[in-house]
Write a protein that binds this ligand. Sequence first.
Ligand code: SF4
Ligand code: SF4
Length: 163
Amino acid sequence: MANRNGWQRALVETTAILKGMAVTFRYLFRRPVTIQYPEERPTVPQRFKGRHWLTLYPDGDERCVGCELCVIVCPSQAIYVKAAENTPQRRVSKGERYAEEFQINMLRCIFCGFCEEACPTGAIVLGHEFELADYSREALIYTKEMLQEPYPGASGRDPAREV
Ligand code: SF4
Ligand code: SF4
């Protein structure tokens, strides 16, 4: 009886080893999922959430109206907005207000995308750039000048989109 149990155990263990080896051999001939970064560049999915941009309308007006909804919704308290009023002499956005100052602390951001979802004008978007490392904490507090698109559509988003 003891001998029979020994054979049964040996059979079970051999089967388990063969199953494991089968998995190993199956993956041995598949294309590797790893890439030789940074020489080889990864292609990120379309909905990847990377670096933020503050986007513009086609005429160059800022989309941000300084409403601070992104500040309220941000779970990391990473955003600071100081709003100011547009005047007849100086119109920056299409709303009553615009963001005089806009900062995102990239050290706090968890790239959840809540700010993009909450924004009523589609001003703030998360792009595809992910190489955000820097040498100081100060450099990772992105200012409005760093976040604003240099020209309409520079972030890759259609400047004429609805929201
Ligand atoms: S992506 Fe998330 S954590 Fe980062 S600033 Fe936006 S709301 Fe805050
Ligand atoms: S980015 Fe959007 S949500 Fe944030 S202050 Fe500007 S308009 Fe409001």
